[in-house]
Design a protein around this ligand. Structure first.
Ligand code: GDD
Ligand code: MN
Length: 381
């Protein structure tokens, strides 16, 4: 990944004015009850974009207030086309709205920005020009490189949360996010040809992360920007949005089968705890250890089932009724135990393996079978 030195913040760079062709950029703005902001935003865009770069603006609106009307009125003073897509049944939250807007975009470049004036429109031409110069597919406006800052991120609590989230996300996707210092940014330019719209499953705020991980744009570069104060109103982000973000992360991280198998295995390991606790309690209560083993195993199975349902196959639960899933999962988990002994006997007797390697191999084989079986028989239609 290559970094391109950006021009002075907010100042139109000369190169920026040379690159564009007609209808060069579609600005996509997700809005949720931003009636106090959209007029100001369109004003700012009018001031700083069309003279340097021909543009159109697409709002994707999930508002319950009069935001669409305010946009339409303000649009009459704009020297560029303004479209409002109002969604009656919003899916995917902010990210879903952005993907909707990208599908409606008519230009080769798409710039995504917030509707509350926290993202300076004067940077729009520079994002596109930088992308053209670097032949990049994605240009991120970053708060975390030299020249950028998060002045408008109110409160040390939000700053700390933002830092943590950025760190966590970067550690989960070291390769995909290489060269992106601010994967949480909501301000970026992307080439339409680099978006794989059908592969996207946006969920909440972090649409840039979704695009970087799933669409994998060719080259990524960054431009610094100063995150402004909100012009009017309040942030729409809530604690529920935070939980949605964690689910989004989990979904992205377990998109490939190998990662899913690792998570499956880790959850399986944690199942030892309820298993052993139950065994301890029952043998202490005087139960013979053999029936206790069998019952205790069900505690481990139940624990694993709950975690797997919550964390791993959350959006794949729809294919079967929960009772059906429970039975299938329990059968597979117990078949694993029943299969293991004859498998070890086979490996020792027929293939001449020593007991320890045979046991290790049998554990691996039954684990993989159980994972594949769980995917195919419990969480697929
Ligand atoms: N259509 C639609 N649907 N728009 C939404 C929704 C939704 O469900 N939720 C929020 N928006 C719009 C808001 O109206 C606003 O225009 C923009 O998305 C950003 O929402 P804010 O509520 O202002 O977000 P923020 O300021 O807390 O967070 C911003 O900065 C973060 C970095 O600190 C966003 O840009 C985040 O993506 C970014 O991570
Ligand atoms: Mn905001």
């Amino acid at each position: 990944h290559e970094f391109t030195a950006p021009g002075e913040l907010g100042e139109p760079s000369v190169e920026a004015a040379e690159v564009p062709e007609p209808g060069a950029v579609t600005v996509v703005v997700p809005t949720f009850n931003e009636s106090g902001n959209v007029r100001q935003l369109l004003h700012q865009i009018t001031e700083s974009v069309p003279s340097r770069l021909p543009c159109e603006v697409v709002f994707v609106d999930d508002s319950t207030d009069d935001t669409p009307q305010v946009i339409k009125e303000a649009a009459q003073d704009c020297p560029f086309p303004v479209t409002v897509i109002h969604r009656d049944e919003p899916v995917g939250g902010l990210g879903g709205a952005v993907v909707e807007g990208m599908k409606a975009a008519g230009s080769d470049w798409i710039v995504v920005m917030d509707g509350d004036c926290q993202h300076p429109p004067s940077l729009v031409p520079e994002l596109v020009a930088t992308g053209e110069r670097a032949n990049a597919g994605l240009v991120v406006a970053s708060r975390y490189i030299k020249g950028g800052s998060r002045a408008g991120l109110a409160g040390s609590y939000r700053v700390a949360v933002s830092r943590m989230a950025t760190w966590l996300t970067k550690s989960l996707f070291p390769r995909r996010l290489h060269g992106i210092s601010d994967p949480m940014s909501g301000f970026f330019a992307i080439r339409r040809s680099d978006i794989t719209a059908d592969a996207l499953k946006p969920l909440g705020y972090k649409i840039l992360l979704e695009l970087a991980v799933r669409s994998r744009p060719r080259t990524v570069t960054e431009v610094p920007f100063v995150f402004q104060e909100r012009f009017a109103g309040e942030s729409k982000s809530t604690a529920a949005e935070g939980r949605r973000f964690l689910r989004h992360l989990a979904g992205l991280r377990t998109a490939d089968p190998l990662a899913r198998m690792v998570v499956f295995g880790l959850i399986g390991l944690t199942g030892f705890v309820p298993n052993l606790v139950a065994l301890w309690a029952m043998t202490r209560a005087g139960l013979h250890y053999l029936p206790a083993e069998i019952v205790a195993n069900q505690f481990g199975v139940a624990w694993n089932f709950l975690l797997i349902e919550k964390l791993l196959f959350r959006d794949r639960r729809v294919h079967r009724h929960w009772a059906d899933r429970t039975i299938r999962f329990a059968l597979l988990a117990n078949a694993d135990l029943v299969l293991r002994i004859p498998l070890i006997a086979l490996l020792v007797g027929q293939f001449g393996l020593a007991v320890l390697p045979a046991t290790a191999l049998a554990l691996v084989i039954t684990f993989v079978l159980r994972f594949v079986g769980t995917e195919a028989l419990v969480y697929l239609p």
